[in-house]
Design a protein around this ligand. Sequence first.
Ligand code: AMP
Length: 364
Amino acid sequence: MNVGIIGAGQLGRMLALAAHRLGVRCRLFDTTPDACGGQVAELHVGEMSDRTALERFAAGLDVVSFEFENVPVEAAAWLAQRVPVHPSPAALAEAQDRLREKQHFKQLGIPVPTFAAVDSPGDAPALQAAVDQVGLPAILKTRRLGYDGKGQSRLTMPADVAAAGRALAGQPAIIEALVPFERELSLLAVRDRTGGLAYYPLVENVHLEGILRESRPAADAPAATLQKRAEEYASALLRSLDYVGVLALELFEVGGRLLANEMAPRVHNSGHWTIEGAETSQFENHLRAILGWPLGSTQVVGCPAMVNLVGALPDPAAVLAVPGAHLHRYGKAPRPRRKVGHITICAPDPRTRDQRLAALRRLL
Ligand code: AMP
């Protein structure tokens, strides 16, 4: 079998590594020749608008998927006329626009923070009307192409409004009430080609400066109560999009409720712990789903946790001296705010996990 992945960053790389074990050949497509996935799989370099490059990429592939959601929908649709593309270009389109996404959640009965569309943030009276609708504090986000907190402004006081509008002028936006959440959770769900569904347990995520730092399965009583509800939301979403593959639903936990923030139509950073900490990793399950193979068990193994390596790599020998530490380096040059690797800590119980995490944090 031959799988093509659009994008050759760390997610494409980890998909290729999972494919390799299954004896599936993986071909990656990226705009940059030094994309880190190219170190472990065949890499095609080109622009998404270059149909000749895409044609060459698609030749002989059984299925195409992607590792990031900002793939131009026209290119995905063009590919889908030649080879099955999962998730579908329609699902991709829904996830690329924060306004459409929130409206879609709402239509399905998935609770979301109060929001309003801001077609042109530079238009001060229109922005003020939207602020009046959702109240302060609020968060103004571009509708498209925002990630890791980019393209966002927090509005705390009335004086922040005009400056935030100017900062995002010219880009259609959405304004949301700032949720006083207790924690951020995500649900990784996977749907196969016959409609079969599987879910990983809710994951608890800690962000710093808009970047994910740590994730772990939320193995506590409140999460156990919320699991079923989160699965219902994800199931409604996956069915409505006739989705195939892994999808991450990002949620806020607030006052015993879940509010949906956004979806990622792909494997997700908050699921990296599944490589060593679950019976089947998110990467393998994504491949199984898109290839039409049975899904694997999503059962957690022991008490895992994941720590992202952002901006710099620690000494590998020191990391590997921590019992239960599994080091993943992505082969990327360190730069501020750049994700260059992660570590999964495995432990038999929560106390040991926390001790091992504390030892690791001292190294970072
Ligand atoms: P996003 O790009 O939408 O995932 O937002 C990045 C981060 O900003 C999230 O992980 C949250 O920490 C925070 N955030 C986004 N939207 C809201 C909101 N409506 N209320 C509170 N925090 C938010």
